[in-house]
Design a binder for this molecule. Structure first.
Ligand SMILES: C[S@@+](CC[C@H](N)C(=O)[O-])C[C@H]1O[C@@H](n2cnc3c(N)ncnc32)[C@H](O)[C@@H]1O
Length: 196
């Protein structure tokens, strides 16, 4: 997968990595920052998703589409699509630009609006990446966990750097007997939950 990243996707990845790096040091206000995952987490998501069964790949929290590009590598290999949810107008615009520039508009469906009110209609989920406001992680778990198919995965970002805020969701996931779950110390900490 990684050696097959197209030149145009690599260019867009580098472009967004630069913006994200600047955002973190130049005082850009929180909602305007891209707040995206680091590249090693992207690789981890692509590797994990590539081993999931066929089904819907979803992402809650698109921002400018950086993590979506990584997930799309696995989707492309498996001939599947990614549905990604984003709320903010400015981010939606950037994400559309990303999917066009990276040449993945045909693989990615951007669902505009609050993920919490749009998840209802989605079933048969084999991979879900949660990376939205930390305060709604538990609600996301409640809405998505029952939709995950056998051997499917939920991966939630910020399980180490925002441990205290998302603890209710982490505790719920770890004690949920339908799943095997573990926090992996990569990037900002990924909670990985596999449906038995
Ligand atoms: C941490 S950023 C996502 C970064 C992205 N996953 C990446 O690594 O490139 C979180 C994003 O989730 C979006 N978001 C927050 N709450 C949401 C909701 N209820 N529905 C849809 N998007 C939401 C925010 O607007 C923000 O762009």
């Amino acid at each position: 997968m990684f050696s097959e990243i197209s030149e145009k996707m690599e260019k867009r990845m580098k472009f967004l990595e630069e913006i994200d790096k600047k955002d973190r040091t130049n005082g850009t206000e929180r909602l305007k920052r891209l707040r995206q995952i680091p590249p090693e987490t992207g690789k981890f998501l692509a590797l994990s998703a590539s081993n999931c069964p066929d089904g819907n790949f979803i992402e809650i929290g698109t921002s400018a589409g950086y993590s979506t590009m990584w997930i799309s590598l696995a989707a492309k290999e498996k001939n599947l699509k990614v549905k990604t949810f984003e709320l903010l107008e400015e981010k939606i615009k950037l994400a559309k630009e990303t999917f066009y520039e990276a040449g993945i508009s045909d693989i990615v469906e951007l669902i505009e609006g609050d993920a919490l009110s749009n998840l209802e209609n989605i079933n048969n989920v084999s991979f879900c990446f949660i990376d939205c406001e930390k305060e709604i992680y538990e609600k996301c778990w409640d809405l998505v966990s029952g939709k995950i198919i056998k051997n499917g995965l939920i991966i939630a970002d910020n399980a180490i750097n925002h441990y205290d805020t998302i603890k209710p969701m982490i505790d719920k996931a770890i004690s949920d007997e339908r799943f095997d779950s573990l926090i992996v110390p990569i990037g900002r900490g990924e909670l990985v939950c596999r449906r038995k």
